[in-house]
Design a protein around this ligand. Structure first.
Ligand code: CO8
Length: 259
């Protein structure tokens, strides 16, 4: 019953969210985000779902924050309402892995949203960019930080200050995208396939895997390795560790309990 997103479960254990505001190239406004966050939270708390895919149309993953909604915003309103806080649900509150399947434009907030996903896949002809400089502002949803950590300062500075775009092929070459596909259909299928594979593993181990990799973004190597070891130790308290290792020893397929 959403207006701006579509939700389906095209494969076992996989929740697919499709941004659906085609006339505005999926420009991200508040009503869309309220729906997106609701859909993300619902899928995240659904025990039958193990992984999520977020995509847009063939023409646009999302062409950025809605400029028309933003243009009259004042500092005091932005500050008082903590404008953009709404955007952080996917990166902070969702525990299940999210794969972004990026086709067409991923500009400004669209690029930032894609970078909030745990895994980013794209098609060769996808167009990424942080063109906020052309509007008299800068990235505001983590773009300057995530882009720099991923593709390095030299390239990030170039793209944030020029507003130039880069292709899906470059995104993969520079490590922003985990995989690049020939076309949009292959990209979405590839993301759904990976999500199905992830959803077939122990949800408790998948959650731990996502948590430790994300921690590497905030911690130094020493603390990060220590954190990983504690989480690794903790998994020996799970049923699925016993199930997984026993199944291997007995040459059987593990039947996960997610406990
Ligand atoms: N916001 C609002 N409407 C948009 C947006 C957008 N970001 N992008 C496209 N649209 C609308 C157009 O206005 C147009 O609507 P209408 O038909 O009513 O005029 C419709 O979508 C189709 O767009 P075009 O006719 O422009 O389509 P083209 O194929 O000619 O061009 C482009 C496609 C190149 C993607 C072009 O639409 C464009 O440049 N869009 C803007 C891209 C942009 O600057 N994005 C960054 C926005 S700023 C941002 O994201 C900040 C994020 C920081 C987060 C927090 C902010 C505070």
């Amino acid at each position: 019953s959403y207006q701006f997103v579509q939700v389906s479960t095209p494969k076992k254990g996989v929740g697919l969210i499709t941004l659906n505001r085609p006339r505005a190239l999926n420009a991200l406004n508040t009503p869309l985000f309220l729906e997106l966050n609701d859909a993300l939270r619902r899928l995240d708390s659904d025990k039958s779902i193990g992984a999520l895919v977020l995509t847009g149309s063939h023409k646009a993953f999302a062409a950025g924050a809605d400029i028309k909604e933003m243009k009259d915003l004042t500092f005091s309103t932005a500050y008082a309402t903590d404008f953009i806080e709404l955007w952080s649900t996917m990166s902070h509150a969702i525990k299940k892995p999210v794969i972004a399947a990026v086709n067409g434009y991923a500009l400004g907030g669209g690029c930032e949203l894609a970078m909030m996903a745990d895994i980013l896949y794209c098609s060769a002809s996808a167009t990424f960019g942080q063109p906020e400089i052309k509007l008299g502002v800068i990235p505001g949803a983590g773009g300057s930080q995530r882009l720099t950590k991923t593709i390095g300062k030299a390239r990030a500075m170039h793209y944030v200050l020029t507003g130039d775009t880069w292709s899906g092929v470059e995104a993969e070459r520079w490590g922003l995208a985990a995989k690049v596909f020939e076309g949009p259909e292959e990209c979405v299928e590839g993301a759904l396939g990976a999500a199905e594979k992830i959803a077939g593993y122990s949800q408790i181990a998948v959650k731990a895997g996502k948590e430790v990799v994300n921690k590497s973004q905030d911690l130094g190597i020493r603390e990060g390795v220590e954190f990983e070891r504690r989480v690794f130790h903790g998994l020996f308290g799970s049923q699925d560790q016993k199930i997984g290792m026993t199944a291997f020893s007995e040459k059987k397929k593990p039947e996960w309990t997610n406990a």
